[in-house]
Design a protein around this ligand. Structure first.
Ligand code: ADP
Ligand code: ZN
Ligand code: ZN
Length: 828
């Protein structure tokens, strides 16, 4: 038979344009498949994992092709729909498929080219010139041959071992061995069971028993223990080490029993994922009349539209409707993707879905480690055979859109307005909500967007007929919406009734709530408004060395810290500008609020929830569960407290500073303020009692505050949509934000102007800028931004191609090589 010469086009997880062609060794012709991983050498001796995108017989022109080194998978791990999806993301968001692959595949799938060190063959064992660390490494290597750099790190305790390794190589003590290892190793455990002869046949078992009784007391003991340990197990097998760890058990007796065929030893792959049984049937949910109507309307709308928007006020029972829809979809044997803005913030929803769907629900989570993400990926892959034990429902934050679905029927995007759906950095800078709609399209599936406060874009799409629209405007059980009050800070300041940052109105309500043993949530917009230091003499403010921002004061650790690059420094004793020793606090963050509250309410149990207090893996869950158990009276927090939490006993919610949200310089700030204030208000008052919300502002007559008070989404929508149209913003125009980065400010100015000039040749008036953004320097790079506004009537895909071609050519020119250009399509 003729031997065909096969080539593969490979996708590498790197910032590279296009695919790279490699040759397949003849002996693998029958094994190679699209979607498998292969190992290849790329660039300087580096070894990478790549995905097979195409297989063909066309030798590449102009270079000698390398062979692939290894086929890693027996079966494809990425399917055709995923490739198409990744390519769409790359085109739409102006990056490369390799960028998408790098975020889409859990890193356990990307083999690490982990360096290993060996003892140098010329080393003769002379210890005299070695440092203590060198001595230890050489000593260990003489016993165990190889060490990975990770192991060297843990042996020496050094943070940066590269200089040590480098000198050791230079001294010819060690050698590096590039070795490809797969980072993910399945966790295998050894089990023991009784041989079939004895489980099937009682007489045989009795005989065994009698003979052991006479022959060997020790073996008898092992057998008895085994029976004891397995009596209550449905499957009569145990972990080998469960048996061996028992003190009076002799390991050699176990071995003898195995040798004599009494026990069988076998290995099983342990799943790291916990398993859950479902406790309830979906049919036990009875929808209220209004919910039932909404449910039917959604189904009706789906017959005409692939995407439907459900606007349902907080506590209207959207989740119950989702559960019904999910149940319908999986009973047709299809998969469901349930997207949430931030998975860590929604353990309540996870629990609710698990209650109904048990093991069919998989949670895909960026805080999970790689092994877990890898296992979920595989389970979704396996769900292909429709066996019911596999994940048919995936709950996930934005990265769930990258899983290997092959038969999606429904995507739910809960809280679709949330800006966490947007990935800012690194590329692809995508919106998971928008990408999900395209993904559903590829699967011929349906998308349900849900929110109490839909984004302007989605609501516009719904009213203009692009999406179906269903509205559910009553809370479940017709519980009243909370009553919203505005505390007029100007007035209270004049009357001197303010206590620090708290109005008397808010104070009184907190007091009342605490007296009634009810709980309080206080919301303060995050970060930018936290504590800074300022010199009393000359107004000097400590700045980050590398970024164009002031440093934030952190009381807990008593340092100044940059929120962009993490630079930290001590509090200066005196002002470096005027030598004054009076340096004061400015602004107020969640930490300050927590501290002041403790003074005003010494009896109350107060906890803060923000980025700083929730870093540890389960810190967030702990706060939530403490709050649920009413071990916390007042919860102070950032945006985190506005997200879909559902508490019974919260009677007061305070918004501490509405003005800094509303005045934030961004075309979406009005919409965002409305969403945040409405969402946080939704946390107040549930079943039994109407809740109260206090919004503190210096401008109580702001229209947006009035709209929040009146629960008037449509008024907010109307006023904003008019402005968006007048000022050429989405949804009427598409935006592309271009950032140029360079270490030298003058160079950047020159290059940015020149680049903008070239852009204007294609885009004309649609180009705005270049301008310095609010934070114009990050990590020693200066930044300038250009904004492109595209009306929807132009051929946007074509203009995007022109944009990236122009940019590639521009960056090729020598004077521009040090510049980085980053695109953000549909910036948020
Ligand atoms: P949303 O997601 O719209 O804010 P939820 O689905 O969280 O609303 O519902 C709010 C509360 O009302 C929850 O405690 C939920 O259990 C309850 N609830 C809603 N619908 C029903 C129903 N049909 N039967 C029983 N309880 C319901
Ligand atoms: Zn910095
Ligand atoms: Zn000063």
């Amino acid at each position: 038979m003729d031997r065909i010469t096969l080539f593969v086009d490979l996708l590498l997880p790197l910032h590279l344009k296009g695919y790279y062609t490699y040759r397949v060794p003849y002996e693998w012709n029958d094994d190679i498949k699209v979607g498998q991983r292969v190992a290849v050498q790329f660039g300087d001796k580096k070894i990478y994992t790549a995905l097979v995108r195409h297989i063909h017989q066309m030798p590449p022109q102009g270079y000698t092709v390398k062979y692939i080194l290894q086929i890693i998978d027996n079966e494809p791990i990425v399917n055709e729909i995923q490739f198409t999806f990744w390519e769409w993301i790359a085109n739409y968001y102006l990056c490369y498929p390799g960028n998408v692959m790098a975020v889409a595949l859990p890193s356990a799938f990307r083999l690490a080219s982990e360096s290993k060190v060996l003892i140098h063959p010329d080393y003769e064992g002379d210890f005299t010139n070695l440092t203590p660390n060198e001595f230890r490494i050489v000593e260990i290597l003489s016993k165990q041959n190889v060490l990975t750099l990770d192991e060297v790190t843990s042996i020496t305790g050094l943070k940066n071992i590269f200089s040590l390794i480098k000198t050791m190589i230079e001294k010819k003590l060690i050698l590096l061995e590039e070795e490809l290892i797969e980072r993910y190793k399945e966790k295998k455990e050894t089990y023991i069971k009784l041989a079939e002869t004895y489980t099937e046949n009682e007489t045989a078992f009795k005989e065994l028993f009698n003979s052991l009784e006479k022959k060997s007391f020790k073996q008898m003991q092992v057998l008895l223990r085994f029976i004891q340990l397995t009596t209550h197990k449905p499957v009569k097998e145990i972990l080998k080490n469960e048996l061996t760890k028992i003190e009076d058990i002799s390991i050699s007796s176990i071995q003898t029993l195995v040798k004599n065929g009494v026990f069988e030893v076998f290995e099983k792959t342990e799943s790291r994922l916990l398993s859950y049984e479902s406790q309830n049937e979906v049919s036990s949910i009875t929808l209220s009349e209004k919910q039932q109507t909404a449910f039917e309307q959604i189904q009706e709308q789906f017959t005409k539209n692939q995407t439907v928007l459900l606007r349902g006020v907080t506590s209207s029972g959207k989740t119950e409707i989702y559960i019904k829809l999910i149940d319908q979809c999986i009973s047709q044997g299809k998969q469901v993707l349930f997207l949430l803005p931030e998975i860590a913030l929604t353990s309540q929803i996870i629990n609710r879905l698990r209650k109904y769907f048990g093991d069919k629900v998989g949670v895909y989570h960026s805080r999970y480690n790689d092994h877990e993400r890898f296992e979920i990926w595989n389970k979704v892959l396996e769900a292909g055979d429709l066996s019911t034990s596999k994940y048919q429902i995936i709950l996930s934050a934005r990265s769930g859109i990258f899983l290997p679905f092959h038969n999606l029927g429904l995507i739910i995007v809960d809280e679709e307005h949330d800006s966490s759906y947007k990935q800012y950095d690194p590329a692809p800078r995508y919106s998971a909500r928008d990408a999900a709609i395209f993904l559903a399209h590829l699967h011929n599936a349906q998308t349900l967007l849900g929110s109490a406060t839909p984004s302007l874009e989605s609501y516009y799409n719904a009213v203009s007929g692009k999406y179906g629209l269903v509205e559910l405007l009553n809370r479940y059980g017709d519980v009243q919406m909370p009553e919203i009050w505005v505390a007029d800070l100007k007035e209270e300041t004049r009357k001197k009734t303010m206590k620090s940052h708290f109005s008397s109105m808010l104070m009184n309500h907190i007091e009342e709530a605490l007296a009634n043993k009810e709980q309080v949530i206080l919301f303060q917009n995050r970060r930018g408004f936290s504590l800074r230091l300022e010199c009393d003499g000359c107004s000097w403010i400590p700045q980050c060395k590398h970024c164009d921002v002031s440093l934030i004061y952190h009381k807990g650790i008593n340092v100044l810290r940059c929120h962009y690059c993490g630079y930290t420094t001590k509090i200066p004793e005196k002002c470096p500008a005027c030598q004054s020793t009076v340096i004061k606090m400015q602004g107020f963050g969640t930490e300050k609020i927590e501290e002041e509250l403790a003074i005003f309410f010494p009896q109350a149990r107060i906890t803060r929830m923000d980025m700083d207090t929730t870093k540890a893996k389960n810190a967030y869950q702990k706060i939530i569960s403490d709050f649920e158990k009413h071990e916390i009276d007042i919860l102070v927090g950032t945006q985190m407290v506005t997200k879909g939490l559902d508490f019974e006993n919260v009677s007061v919610v305070g918004v501490l500073n509405a003005d800094n949200m509303i005045n934030f310089p961004d075309f979406r700030s009005y919409e965002r303020s409305f969403q945040l204030m409405t969402q946080v208000s939704g946390r107040a008052g549930r079943k039994n009692k109407q809740g109260k919300v206090i919004i503190q502002s210096y401008n109580p007559w702001y229209q947006v505050i009035r709209d929040v008070i009146d629960y008037n989404y449509l008024s907010m929508y109307q006023s904003q949509i008019t402005e968006r149209k007048a000022f050429h913003y989405p949804p009427f125009y598409r935006l592309i934000k271009i950032s140029l980065r360079h270490k030298d400010e003058k160079e950047l100015n020159k290059i940015a102007s020149k680049y903008a000039e070239e852009l204007r040749k294609i885009f004309g008036e649609r180009i705005l800028g270049p301008e310095f953004p609010m934070v114009a320097r990050v990590r020693t790079f200066y930044i300038k931004e250009i904004l492109i506004k595209l009306e929807k009537t132009v051929n946007i895909p074509k203009l995007k191609i022109q944009l990236s071609e122009l940019t590639d050519a521009f960056l090729q020119a020598k004077p521009h090589k040090q510049t980085r250009i980053v695109f953000d399509v549909d910036p948020m």
